[in-house]
Design a binder for this molecule. Structure first.
Ligand code: SAH
Length: 350
């Protein structure tokens, strides 16, 4: 069992089940969410700390490697899990505070043509505590590097994995984030990105977890979408858009559509017009992402002029759109790139 998976109520019940007073649950919960290990838990009796340390791990995630971008200070972490697997997270510094991009699975099984995370398939789901652990590692890094504001304020679920393919643990993680005695991150500062799992999107709309929903669209129609995203064979774009509309209705929040521009595939001005037609009347914003080249798949990004032309066409059609800032370009910032690089160097992934 991973203690970091438990919410405060469960931690209290767990302590009681071991014959401990209930308030130990709160203490344990607070320490774990501050990123502490058992020896640091100074208000717990020594023998209890030793006993817990013999049986459990307080922190299920450790930083195995970190790379700091010389361009913008973005930090890419390779995080080790207790079973030897590892996942990436990326810490970005924005004016409105530190943002952490977390992984939700080891690898991914969605098979998107441009994505490095999915090249070796999905190894396993992460537990809620392992997602939280990535936040705790980043907080610890910020404290240790003397950052004047040593906490993550915003979380984006855009690392490796498809969050809605790990539905129960992801929703548990979101609830852990906002626990008052925990890291206390408001869900208004959280974005969840999905490749468009329609039934889960609809279910998620009803959870009362008001995060920003990002939908990876990447195409103006099903024909192009199927070239890039196998999931488009299961859920046609119209159903994805309809589930997005439902999310807007239920939460009152606009949906973000992500659109990675791939040279010769989805980046022509006529495709921008087609996209605008499909999105008309939907309360949304389009985030244009210049593709990070994935040489293994032979897909290339576009030139800046093409990004600007696409953006201009969308805007002229009254679709709110921006070009996403690229961060950490010099440190394998894109999905799955660092993990893949390091595992390949280790001989772990072929
Ligand atoms: N599985 C989720 C979240 C993870 S990926 C999803 O599909 O949305 C986060 C975003 O990065 C997605 O929009 C994904 O399509 C995009 N992405 C993946 N590989 C990329 C690449 N090589 N270049 C640009 N964007 C990429």
């Amino acid at each position: 069992m991973i203690l970091a998976d438990l919410n405060m109520e469960e931690m209290t019940a767990w302590c009681k089940s071991r014959g401990l007073p209930g308030f130990r649950g709160k203490q344990l919960f607070q320490w774990i969410h501050r990123g502490a290990d058992f020896p640091e838990m100074s208000n717990l009796p020594g023998p209890l700390r030793e006993q817990l340390a013999a049986e459990y791990t307080a922190q299920p995630v450790r930083i195995r490697e970190q790379r700091v971008s010389r361009l913008d200070g973005t930090v890419k972490f390779l995080n080790a899990l207790t079973d030897g697997n590892c996942v990436e997270s990326v810490l970005m510094h924005y004016h409105h505070g530190h943002t952490l991009c977390v992984s939700t699975q080891v690898g991914c099984r969605m098979g998107c043509a441009f994505c490095a995370s999915t090249l070796a398939g999905c190894v396993r789901n992460l537990s809620a505590g392992e997602m939280l652990g990535q936040v705790l590692c980043a907080n610890r890094y910020l404290a240790e590097t003397g950052d004047p504001d040593p906490r993550v304020h915003n979380v984006v679920l855009m690392g490796s994995g498809e969050p809605l393919d790990n539905y129960d643990q992801v929703t548990r993680f979101l609830r852990l984030l906002r626990e008052p005695e925990g890291v206390c991150i408001g869900l208004r500062g959280v974005s969840l990105s999905t490749c468009g799992l329609v039934p889960q999107m609809r279910r998620f709309a009803e959870e009362d977890l008001p995060v920003t929903l990002s939908v990876s669209l990447h195409a103006p129609n099903d024909r192009v979408r199927r070239q890039l995203m196998p999931i488009a064979h299961t859920y046609p774009m119209e159903e994805v858009l309809s589930a997005s509309r439902y999310y807007v209705e239920k939460t009152g929040r606009r949906v973000i559509f992500e659109y990675a521009l791939v040279d010769g595939v989805n980046a022509a001005p006529a495709q921008a017009e087609e996209l605008a037609g499909r999105l008309r009347g939907l309360q949304c914003h389009v985030n244009l992402i210049p593709l990070n080249d994935v040489p293994e798949r032979g897909l290339r990004g576009v030139r800046e002029e093409q990004v600007q032309a696409f953006l201009h066409t969308l805007t002229a059609c009254h679709i709110s759109a921006t070009r996403r800032r690229e961060m950490g370009d010099d440190i394998e910032g894109a999905c799955g790139q660092l993990r893949r690089k390091i595992l390949t160097e280790d001989g772990g992934v072929s």
